[in-house]
Design a protein around this ligand. Structure first.
Ligand code: ATP
Length: 319
């Protein structure tokens, strides 16, 4: 059974806009429109899209904070907005820009409070606290008030808090925002290990495509409230019409090579750049080149994922 099942999910917001000095008009903003997907237990899914695309609204519906305007939604077999308390035991949520910890309390007291709120058995709490604080390098900071922690330390504290009760699914909204390169790498490797060891399902929204490349087998792209893509990261490159580049060094400079399925886009002395569709194999190209030309060396350039995504956003946008 899928862990998350969303069918034709929609969320409208009613907003009142000022028209002139006295008039106010009622307007309806559709934040999420007819989104359908399923997530299987143990999947790591990236949910990406430009600002205002509907990512946070979707996460809020998945966690039961917001009620969908229409559509069908089940998480772990239940309707999140009706069974929010039951579901809270099975999910962890981390919003990168806000903390779920008590600002003036030492980290340890926040964890103790959460363990009590969640009715965690003492032995399991002790075991998880020990494990996550050592894995996330927080042991020495347990007695430090949250307000004195750096952003990266606080984020690790929030992630520990979200995991103390062994949730089946962890929702992360911008988990690496503002973190330095080393903290990002450490957090990503922790999340990979968590998924491998405990099978925790991960749903991640981010503007950092490095998070997606490091963590997610699957990516969903939302734009203007609708899903523009749902599939593997590699297939996203092909879907967006991306190309790969084969860089060929010939034994000596010569005219542009001719080979089926690729186009020479640049020539510099003996080096030539051949562009071909991202979903095509490079093997037949390499074989054809080597059979016809004196090839000294070859290398392959993957399309830059940032470019792929911005291309997808621009093609998905109406007008
Ligand atoms: N409470 C609300 N009332 C009115 N409009 C809202 C509300 N919450 C969200 N919206 C609107 O719904 C749309 C989607 O917002 P949402 O926060 O889900 O986007 P997002 O993809 O998470 O964006 P970002 O990347 O900037 O966080 C936006 O147009 C936003 O203005």
């Amino acid at each position: 059974m899928p862990l998350i099942e969303a069918r034709d999910l929609r969320r409208d917001f009613v907003v009142h806009r000022r028209r002139g000095r006295l008039r106010r008009e009622r307007d309806v903003v559709t934040a999420v429109s007819d989104v359908s997907f399923t997530v299987e237990p143990g999947e790591m899914v990236g949910y990406i899209g430009p600002n205002g695309a509907g990512k946070s609204t979707t996460i809020k519906m998945l966690t039961g904070i917001l009620v969908p305007t229409s559509g069908h939604l089940r998480v772990a077999g239940v309707d999140p907005s009706r069974r929010r308390t039951d579901l809270a035991r099975r999910m962890g949520v981390v919003f990168g820009q806000r903390t779920g910890l008590w600002w003036d309390l030492p980290l340890r007291d926040s964890f103790d409070l959460l363990a009590r709120i969640n009715d965690l058995p003492a032995a399991r709490y002790a075991e998880n606290l020990e494990r996550f604080t050592s894995l996330l390098d927080l042991t020495a900071l347990l007695d430090t008030p949250v307000r004195q922690l750096s952003l990266g330390q606080r984020m690790r504290g929030d992630i520990t808090a979200a995991l103390l009760h062994d949730p089946d699914v962890l929702y992360l909204d911008e988990p690496t925002i503002g973190l330095d390169v080393v903290s990002k790498a450490r957090l990503r490797s922790f999340l990979r290990e968590l998924n491998r060891e405990r099978g925790t399902t991960l749903v991640l929204t981010t503007h950092d495509l490095g998070d997606i490349e490091a963590l997610c087998d699957r990516v969903m792209v939302v734009d203007h409230g609708s899903l523009a893509f749902d599939g593997r990261l590699n297939d996203l490159r092909a879907h967006a019409g991306a190309t790969r580049t084969l860089v060929v060094d010939l034994a000596e400079p010569g005219p542009a090579v001719e080979v089926e399925g690729a186009q020479v886009v640049r020539v510099e002395g003996p080096r030539q750049w051949l562009s071909f569709p991202a979903d095509a194999s490079a093997a037949p190209l390499v074989a054809a080149l080597a059979a016809r030309y004196p090839v000294a060396d070859l290398s392959l350039q993957e399309p830059d994922i940032e470019q792929v995504i911005s291309r997808l956003y621009s093609t998905a946008r109406p007008g």
